[in-house]
Unconditional design. Structure first.
Length: 164
């Protein structure tokens, strides 16, 4: 990473640097902005309370992603959420990007199984390498490559169905 690693950066600096990553991973898991907002706050609250030590910036990013995934899974797999009937958040105009193509890509990505969705998100939207994703998700690099390949194929199929 091009940033110089500073172990004791202010929480504000860390939030500014990783707000997009944490929020997009949380949104990818939950497909719900309110839950993603809650997870975002929880992740940085944990960071502030625990004050973890890191070897480098990549280690910090991996820790934040892993913590975001853990918090997201706790929300998604909660008993409360399983017993409630979610309101349809994807009503017309509720969450829209600027272009029709961006909306189509986002919706197609949300339809993928979680393991493919998260590696595609980290690779394409967070510009993480296969090795970095492997470390962050604690899976083998070969597994990441296979999931990227399969996820791309699924996206290609979904977007062809939508004529993109």
């Amino acid at each position: 990473m091009s940033d110089t690693f500073v172990q004791n950066e202010s929480i504000e600096t860390v939030i500014q640097r990783y707000k997009g990553t944490v929020y997009s991973v949380a949104l990818s898991y939950t497909s719900n902005r309110a839950d993603a907002d809650d997870i975002f706050q929880e992740v940085f609250l944990i960071y502030f309370k625990v004050k973890p030590q890191f070897n480098d910036e990549e280690h910090r990013k991996a820790w934040l992603i892993r913590t975001t995934i853990n918090c997201s899974l706790r929300v998604v797999e909660s008993t409360y959420r399983k017993r409630t009937v979610p309101m349809d958040e994807m009503e017309e105009g509720s969450f829209q990007f600027e272009s029709k193509e961006e909306n189509a890509v986002y919706l197609a990505l949300q339809e993928l199984p979680e393991k493919y969705r998260i590696v595609l998100q980290l690779f394409y939207f967070e510009d993480m390498s296969v090795e970095s994703i492997s470390k962050a998700l604690d899976i083998k690099a070969g597994t990441v490559k296979v999931q990227l390949m399969r996820g791309r194929e699924m996206m290609k199929t979904k977007l062809k169905e939508e004529d993109y």
